[in-house]
Design a protein around this ligand. Structure first.
Ligand code: UD1
Length: 353
């Protein structure tokens, strides 16, 4: 069984790192393709280094561009690769980026069978490019690996039940695996001058926030009024939109940080404020309450007990929600008892025809 894995953006490197290990352990051969969607060292190579991933077999080096340009370039490069190889049994894609949907379209049309990790997530907001990417990718996949029960139900509601496997969340595997390493390799004192619990960690990169000046300034205003320092490692997309926007003195902007540093910063933060999908769950797995800077979340389980609250870009809601304490133990998001998600995925791939 030869699997061609396609990754391109920061969170996909983390997911693929744990699944690749499980594929190897299950005796499956993997060809790793990096689309080049993320190319800055801090968004790409640092993850390969920290996660001890082998170098990609191919890098399509597509870089930035409009959705059509980026998606089209990935499709062209990947089709060429798949045709030249001729012996790929299945294409494996992750999440909801342009790299995901481009690979899905190419695989489905050649055709090569397609498996999707993180299938079934929905925000029900089609203005998000990620939502379009998810819907198309799930529709084209023949193996759909769901992190949560909600994801399974979302697919069923769209009439997709064949090939659906509830595996749990591979990001939980990654948090568990790399969490211990993070304290040792990326200790807090090397990342910030703030003590544990004395700062808020924030990230902002979604197009709906970065490309709308009113939302971006609402978020910054809210973060600036939390009464604590805010550590804000900034995605290049957001940095490029900041010109002319006032950044409050409490908000400390840094370059993007690696995965291990992010785990340490998350675990030790008083609160996490984010529009990232993955970070909402990582916060909860590491015991830190989250305020989500969006109007909806695909990870509805995180909302239980107020461990995650949806504040949108409204400064007053951001401040009010960050001050609230959650009730009870953190929800167990993305857990399936007994088997790690990455192992369940490797097993399902090994057993599939
Ligand atoms: C992409 C995904 C998003 C995911 C995020 C993780 C899509 C539609 N979006 O968003 O779902 O949560 O990755 O980080 O696929 N840029 C750089 N250096 C880089 C990469 C990007 O400077 O290495 C800048 C460029 O100006 C680029 C912009 O960021 O135009 C946006 O990059 P892009 O890859 O299109 O989307 P992300 O915002 O990273």
């Amino acid at each position: 069984m030869r699997i061609l894995t396609v990754v391109g953006a920061r969170p996909q490197f983390v997911k693929a790192a744990v699944v690749s290990r499980a594929l190897r352990a299950a005796g499956l051969e993997e060809v790793l393709v990096h689309t080049g969607q993320h190319y800055d060292h801090g968004l790409s190579q640092v993850f390969f280094d920290e996660l001890a991933m082998r170098a990609p077999d191919h890098n399509l080096e597509v870089g930035s561009g409009s959705h059509a340009v980026q998606t089209g370039a990935i499709m062209t490069g990947l089709e060429r690769l798949l045709l030249a190889d001729g012996a790929i049994d299945r294409v494996l894609v992750y999440g909801d980026t342009n790299s995901t949907v481009a690979a899905a379209l190419v695989a489905a049309k050649l055709p090569v069978r397609l498996a999707h990790v993180e299938a079934g997530l929905r925000s029900f907001n089609r203005r998000m490019p990620e939502e379009i990417n998810r819907i198309v990718t799930d529709r084209l996949s023949d193996l759909l690996f769901c992190p949560t029960d909600t994801a399974v139900r979302n697919l069923a509601a769209e009439g997709i039940t064949r090939g659906v496997v509830r595996t749990g969340d591979v990001m939980l595997d990654a948090t568990r695996h790399f969490g211990a390493l993070a304290e040792e390799r990326a200790p807090l004192e090397r990342l910030t001058r703030h003590a544990p619990g004395a700062y808020v960690l924030a990230t902002v990169h979604r197009a709906e926030n970065t490309d709308d000046p009113a939302r971006l300034s609402g978020i910054l205003q809210g973060l600036g009024a939390l009464g604590r320092p805010v550590v804000l490692p900034l995605h290049p997309r957001t940095r490029s939109r900041l010109a002319g926007t006032a950044v409050p003195p409490a908000v400390e902007i840094t370059d993007p940080v690696g995965y291990l540093a992010m785990l340490t910063l998350t675990r030790n933060a008083r609160r996490v404020c984010t529009d990232s999908g993955g970070l909402q769950k990582e916060a909860i797995w590491l015991g830190t309450p989250c305020v989500t800077l969006r109007e909806e979340t695909e990870w509805v389980e995180t909302l239980e007990g107020g461990w995650n609250r949806l504040a949108g870009a409204d400064p007053e809601r951001i401040v009010a929600f960050a001050a609230l304490e959650p009730d009870g133990a953190p929800p167990r998001v993305g857990e399936v008892h007994g088997v790690a998600a990455s192992e369940a995925i490797a097993r399902a791939l090994a057993e599939a025809d």
